[in-house]
Structure formats: C-alpha cells, structure tokens
Design a protein around this ligand. Structure first.
Ligand SMILES: Nc1ncnc2c1ncn2[C@@H]1O[C@H](COP(=O)(O)OP(=O)(O)O)[C@@H](O)[C@H]1O
Ligand SMILES: [Mg+2]
Length: 246
C-alpha cells in the first residue's frame, strides 16, 4: 500500500501546490517512486516529462476515488495530494485518508491565524513553514512572529522550506531539461524530512554543489529513481512495474 501524504489548509497561496511538487521531485531524486495528485479544479494538470515523479489528475470526486484506490494497491509508492485550499469538506476527506498531513503557512499573521484553526481541526497534522525568509534579519523576525503566535504548537512545526524563486519552475506545464541545483537540494531536504517522519529508510542527502548541476535526467547516484515520462493512468502497467522493481 502506498503512503499517502496530503498537503492541505484552508488558505490559498500558502505553497501547497509548490510543496507537493517539490516533495515529489525530492522523493524521486532520493530514489523513491511518487505521484503528485492534483485536486484543485482551478489548475490544469502539468506534463510529466522530465519530472522525477508521476502526475495524476483527480479534480473530480470520482477521479480522486480511483487515484486513491490505485495508490492503495501500490506498495512502496508515495502519493502526494495537493489539497487546493478553501475547501473544508475536501480537506476533511483528505485528512481522513492520509498517513501524513502537512499544513503549509507563510510568515504572515493571517497565515498563522488560519493555521492555528487548522491545527485544531486536524490534530494529526504537521505545520510546515513555507517561502521562509533566507535573509538573517527577516528570518529572525519570522521566528519571533512564529514563537509569539504558534508557541504552544511548537512541537508540531517542521523544518522550513525557504523562499526559492526557482521553485516556480516545477509548476510550469513543461519543466526545463536542467533544473537549478538549489532547487534539487531543497526538494531533497524536504523529501528527506518527510520520509523520516514516515519511517522510510533513506540515506541522508548530500547537497550538490552548483557546478555539479541538477539535471532532471539520470545521474549515477540516482540510478534507482523512476523514469517519470508518463502519466499516472495505467494501473496494470504501473502495478506490474512496481512489483518487479523491488
Ligand atoms: N518556496 C517558495 N519560494 C518562492 N515562492 C514560492 C514558494 N512556494 C510557493 N511560492 C509561490 O507562492 C505562490 C503560491 O504558491 P502555491 O504553491 O500556488 O500555493 P497554494 O497552492 O497554497 O495556493 C506562487 O506564486 C508560488 O510560486
Ligand atoms: Mg494550489
């Protein structure tokens, strides 16, 4: 059975879609097989070519049911469901079916207020700071705001995902053949944190330096990573392949 991770929260713009794709890309770079599941009816599916993960379109209730059933039948896979936002009923449904639930929030009072309410609604969920400042002064101010607003939930806050302009490349319909190294490193760090929470064994990622480059194609240390130039629409093939790859 696949592990299912949902990225939800009652507010738009917190980074749910970006984190879903970064997490899947990072899983792929760490040699894990993952599927990024789109549920947001305001977004179009992205092309799978060049990504380290598969993509699934689950914008209708029926399609979501099918994708989840398919994932359940795939041992060793990871499904990351991008919740879409502003849909309490959908968030509750995703929460109930997920093994791990993430609630992204930014360095803003409004995000933190919404987060507190979501943390109370979803007691198993973890908060993940997103688009976090990298400048030391801004970072210090953000951490102060976080302590003031979220102090009593401190044990449910994960390591932040930094603001990284290259992250938007993963949300392009077609992604460039070569992705910037800092993006790959951020994806790996996020995926490693999540795999650790799911108790999935994986070697700690070593950051690549700029000159090594971050190709989306294979490199020797990633030989086990899946080829992702396919959509998540062929259950029989996918299931067969997964059983032969272990
Ligand atoms: N880590 C990040 N660094 C920089 N920009 C980000 C990051 N995460 C998200 N963004 C930007 O913030 C905006 C909202 O992100 P998105 O993932 O679409 O949020 P949501 O899905 O929660 O509505 C987008 O413009 C996206 O490019
Ligand atoms: Mg979104």
């Amino acid at each position: 059975m696949a592990e299912i991770i949902c990225i939800i929260g009652n507010k738009g713009g917190t980074g749910k879609t970006t984190l879903s794709h970064m997490l899947c890309q990072g899983m792929g770079l760490l040699g894990q097989r993952s599927v990024c599941v789109l549920t947001d009816t305001h977004r179009e599916p992205l092309k799978p070519e060049g990504r380290r993960y598969l993509v699934a379109d689950a914008r209708t209730r029926e399609a979501l049911g099918k994708v989840v059933d398919k994932l359940r039948a795939l041992p060793g896979w990871l499904g990351v469901i991008d919740g879409g936002g502003n849909r309490s009923e959908m968030d509750r449904k995703l929460y109930s079916l997920a093994n791990l639930v993430l609630l992204p929030f930014r360095d803003s009072h409004e995000d933190m207020r919404t987060l507190i309410s979501d943390l109370e609604t979803f007691p198993r969920a973890w908060a993940i700071p997103s688009q976090w400042p990298t400048n030391p002064w801004q970072q210090e101010a953000a951490e102060k705001t976080l302590r003031e607003h979220l102090g009593r939930h401190a044990d449910r806050i994960l390591q932040p995902v930094s603001a990284l302009s290259a992250s938007k490349l993963l949300l392009q319909k077609d992604i460039p053949a070569k992705l910037p190294t800092p993006l790959g490193n951020a994806c790996r760090a996020l995926a490693y944190q999540v795999l650790d929470m799911l108790e999935i064994a994986c070697e700690a990622p070593a950051d690549e330096s700029e000159d090594e480059g971050e190709a989306t194609g294979k490199n020797p240390s990633e030989a086990a990573a899946p080829s992702s130039a396919e959509a998540f629409d062929s259950p029989a093939d996918t299931a067969n392949r997964s059983s032969t790859r272990h």
